[in-house]
Design a protein. Structure first.
Length: 70
């Protein structure tokens, strides 16, 4: 149970629901970010539930003009 996404059993335990549409409704009420895959099942990234932050993208450096030597 250490995949990137929650398993069907873990999703049912989290939401308290087994029916796909009810799981989606419950996730919305709970404010848990998810997306719906092509089969209509809610997909939750494991790090959302475990509280781990996704790797932050490095800050982009601002534009700086090149100085042309005279």
């Amino acid at each position: 149970m250490s995949g990137t996404f929650l398993s069907d059993d873990e999703l049912a335990a989290l939401t308290g629901r087994k029916v796909k549409s009810k799981q989606i409704d419950q996730l919305k009420k709970m404010g848990v970010p998810f997306y719906v895959n092509a089969s209509g099942r809610a997909v939750v990234v494991r790090s959302v539930v475990e509280g781990q932050k996704a790797k932050a993208e490095p800050a982009q450096r601002g534009w700086m003009p090149r100085v042309i030597p005279a």
